[in-house]
Design a protein around this ligand. Sequence first.
Ligand code: VTB
Ligand code: MG
Ligand code: MG
Length: 330
Amino acid sequence: MTEPKSAGLDRILTLELVRVTERAAVAAARWRGRGDEKAADQAAVDALRRELNNLAIAGTVVIGEGERDEAPMLYIGEEVGNGHGPRVDIALDPLEGTTICAKNLPNSLAVVAIAEGGSLLHAPDVYMDKIAVGPGYPEGVVDLDRSPTENIAAIAAAKGVRVEEVTACILDRPRHAKLIEEVRATGAAVRLIGDGDVAGVIDVTDPDTTGIDIYLGVGGAPEGVLAAAALCCTGGQMQGRLVTQSESQKARALRMGVTDFDKKYTHHEMVRGEVLFAATGVTDGNMLNGVRFARDGRITTETLVMRSSKGTIRFIKATHRELEKFAAES
Ligand code: VTB
Ligand code: MG
Ligand code: MG
C-alpha cells in the first residue's frame, strides 16, 4: 500500500471528482418533485459515498452530514476514499437543497470539495452570517461589519452602476425581514431564495449569467465552507462569521476547535490551501441545468468543476450511456 502523502492535489482528481457529484445528482434527481426530502437526501448520500470511495485519496470528512451519532454515513470524521493517495479534507453536501429537490424548484446541487489535509475550517452545524461578491472588485469592497446599505452602495460604485441595478440574493427567512427591508430601501433588488445558499453564493461569481451581484444573510455554516471553497477557485470575496445561539452550540463549536466565536473568516481562512470543487445540478438552476432523463434511457448531467491553483472553471455536460452505476440503489 502506498503511504498517504499530503502533497499538492493531483490535477487528475479534478476530473475524477465530477463522477462523484454526477452520481449523487442522478440519484437525487429520481426523487425530484416527489415531496420526500429524506428519500432524496438518502439516495444522494448513498450514491455519493459509493463513488467517493473509489477515489485514490485518504480522505477525512470535515464538512459532512452531521456528527457521528446523528449521521450514519458521511459523518464528520469518516474516512473516505480508497486510502491510496494524498491525505485530504473533504467537504460535501450530497444534496444541497433537499426541500428544493422535493419541490422540484431551482438550484439544488450535489456538492463536494477536496482540500489539502488540515486546511478546512471545521465548521459546526450552526448558522453563519455571510457576505459574498464576485471577482473583479477591489479587496475589501464589502465587509460583514458594514451595514447592508453601505455594502450595496459600495458594490454599485465599484461596478459603476446605479444602486437600482444591483441585485442581492438573500434566503427567504423571517430572520432576514429587516435585512430585506434595508436592502430594498437602498433601491437595490432582492432575489429571495427558499434554500440553497451554496448556489446563491456561487451565483455572485457570474452576475452576467445569474443577475446576482451580492449574497447577504445567515445560512448554514457547513454551506459557508462549501461556498468558500468555490470562491477560492473562481475568485471573488467572501466573509463569514459563526452564529452560535445556545450553550450547546457553543460547546459543539469548541469541540470542533473553534475558540473565537466572533471571528470573521475570509474564504481563504475557511479554506487555507489548494482546493478542488465540483457541483452537479440536480434541479435546473441559474448556472447549471439539472439532470435529464431521456426517453432512450440516456442521462445528461451538468457539472461545474474547478481547481483553485489554476483557477480554471469547467462546465462539463455529460451524456451517460453506461447506466448500471446509476441504477436506483436498494
Ligand atoms: C441554508 C440553505 C440550505 O439551510 O444554509 C439553510 O443553503 C439555513 O438553514 O439549503 P435554515 O433553513 O434553518 O434557514 C438549507 O436550507 C438546508 O440545508
Ligand atoms: Mg446534506
Ligand atoms: Mg445543505
